[in-house]
Design a protein around this ligand. Structure first.
Ligand code: GLN
Length: 195
């Protein structure tokens, strides 16, 4: 039997309890991470949606930014949703990056005012052959992937999900749906890492 994993959820700001609920529903143990010690107790980490500028500031203020960047570079799996995706990007249009670990360039609030928030359905073969509900809230899109980043999903010509080795990102919020497919996919990444 494989080891029981613990998935951390960065809990400084944003949609923390929603991720906690999704993991619980998927039968995956979770821990809320807001200091370095708890960060080291997790086998993988979810970076939730929220406000990326605020999250970046809090990561620095709590002294988590550098230890987290180190752990990611050493292979710990991370899953960034929305603002979490922005935190991982090496490039953010018009702004300085935060963790800067993933070979993507992102555009914040890319859908503008009219499409500010919306829902749609799409099949993302990497996750499932069934259509998934995709919820976008003042979402970024990935303007460009390069290096080792691999596109997992596009919507209307814009990249909305990608993976680079131990890093998974989605512009949308799987934690705001009842479907746990994407959380289970991430848990498999964490299991592979934790051995
Ligand atoms: N608009 C937010 C940002 O740019 C992201 C929104 C979200 O995480 N739902 O940080």
């Amino acid at each position: 039997m494989s080891k029981e994993i613990t998935v951390g959820i960065l809990s400084l700001q944003g949609s923390v309890i929603e991720h906690e609920r999704s993991l619980k529903r998927a039968g995956i143990r979770s821990v809320l991470v807001n200091d370095v010690q708890t960060l080291y107790s997790a086998d993988g980490l979810i970076l939730p949606g929220g406000e990326s500028t605020t999250l970046g500031k809090l990561l620095r203020l709590f002294g988590i930014l550098e230890p987290l960047k180190d752990r990611i570079e050493q292979g710990m799996p991370v899953f960034g949703t929305c603002a979490g995706l922005i935190l991982l990007a090496k490039e953010i249009e018009g702004e300085s990056p935060h963790l800067a670990t993933m070979d993507i360039c992102v555009r914040r609030n890319a859908y503008g005012r009219q499409l500010d928030s919306f829902e749609t359905k799409a099949v993302i073969p990497e996750f499932s052959d069934k259509p998934l509900d995709l919820v976008f809230i003042r979402a970024p899109w990935i303007e460009k992937t390069y290096g080792n980043a691999r596109v997992l999903a596009e919507l209307n010509g814009h990249v909305v999900a990608a993976r680079q080795e131990n890093m998974l990102v989605t512009s949308f919020h799987p934690e705001l749906t009842d479907d746990t497919t994407v959380h289970k996919y991430f848990a498999d990444m964490v299991r592979a890492y934790a051995g």
